[in-house]
Design a protein around this ligand. Structure first.
Ligand code: G3H
Ligand code: 13P
Ligand code: ZN
Length: 330
């Protein structure tokens, strides 16, 4: 058993309390490798932002859970070396069952998500409750989910979305004991969040997505005043990055995300954790494709991963400052 406390990590409790009270959201950035971790920590140290390092089942399969956990431990020391100790959470993203949550709790994670959103309501409650009972013994915080997001992103797949039903949230939170609740109000995973037919087009032909269901969010806030709410699928899918990818051999079609103004509005509400993965993937891919096209004779991975890491850091800094409002809150 390795407690996250030995690794210098924190759980989400204080972080979320401050975020709800202060009208900002904590960035939850997914990472799978060293360059992503470096970019996240550099960006969050430079903007003095608390951060949630998020690890999916896919990330554990790709990189190995032990290595990722030790990278998170290293991240705490790395932030210190960079000159500012920011609070860092190591969080399991979309835990599918009790076993993976237990394994992460036993191995240094300070927070886990149990994603029972695909199960019938009572099953979701029973599974989530079981994880909470185990996690709380070790001071690990738990995120549950009610409502289903649409979209496809590797291991996180759902053909149809269902919005969170505000009538269920009080019952779910009180029966499960979760520390935060992920909800479905129109976001979805991946770089194609909406079908073109769900969108309108502006004069330049850019897809404009339908607005998030802020009415549902408000209803939920009324039922659970001050309770930490989480938004998944919150990448903005910057069109300049999509254009760089497509200008350099890529073929991303109809990629569209959540407009930043809407995320800013959400961050000012009870939404205190905003999950971002796809924007980082796009930024890295754009930088690497551009570098490769411009330097066909280069073959040292450090040469193309350096601009990819820099680009990643730039977008994370901008998000902390201009979208989530987490800059200066560490
Ligand atoms: O919500 C899903 C995250 O973006 C993780 O995706 O399963 O491809 O690592 P992944
Ligand atoms: P995006 O695909 O919008 O980045 O969402 C990531 C996410 O929700 C991770 O859990
Ligand atoms: Zn997610």
């Amino acid at each position: 058993m390795t407690s996250y406390k030995e690794l210098g990590l924190v759980n989400t409790k204080d972080m979320f309390a401050k975020a709800v009270a202060g009208g900002f959201a904590i960035p939850a950035y997914n990472f799978n490798n060293m360059e992503q971790m470096q970019a996240i920590i550099q960006a969050c140290v430079e903007t003095k932002s608390p951060v949630i390092l998020q690890v999916s089942a896919g990330a554990r399969k790709y990189a190995n859970g032990t290595l990722l956990r030790n990278m998170a431990k290293g991240a705490v020391e790395y932030a210190h070396e960079l000159g500012y100790d920011i609070p860092i959470v190591l969080h399991l993203d979309h835990g599918a069952d009790f076993e993976i949550c237990k394994e992460c709790i036993d191995n240094g994670f300070s927070s886990v998500m149990i994603d029972g959103s695909h199960f019938p309501y009572e099953e979701n409650i029973a599974l989530t409750r079981k994880v909470v009972e185990y996690a709380h013994k070790y001071d690990v915080t738990v995120e549950g989910e009610l409502g289903v997001l649409a979209g496809i992103e590797d291991d996180v797949v759902a053909a149809h979305s269902t919005y969170t039903q505000p009538e269920e949230v009080i019952d779910f939170v009180s029966k499960t004991g979760v520390d935060s609740l992920a909800i479905s109000i129109g976001t979805s995973h991946g770089a194609n969040k909406f079908k073109p037919e769900q969108c309108t087009r502006n004069a330049e032909g850019i897809l404009i997505p339908p607005p998030l269901r802020f009415d549902i969010l408000e209803e939920i806030e009324k039922k659970l005043p001050g309770f930490p709410i989480v938004l998944h699928g919150s990448s903005s899918v910057p069109q300049d990055q999509v254009a760089i990818i497509n200008a350099n051999g890529g073929a991303l079609k109809d990629a569209v995300g959540i407009p930043e103004e809407q995320l800013r509005k959400a961050a000012k509400s009870a939404v205190c954790k905003i999950n971002i993965d796809s924007d980082g993937r796009l930024a890295m891919t754009a930088a690497i494709r551009k570098y490769m096209a411009e330097h066909p004779d280069h073959f040292d991975p450090r040469q193309y991963l350096s601009p990819a890491r820099d680009s990643l850091k730039t977008i994370y800094m901008a998000k902390n400052k201009n979208v989530l409002g987490s800059a200066g809150q560490a």
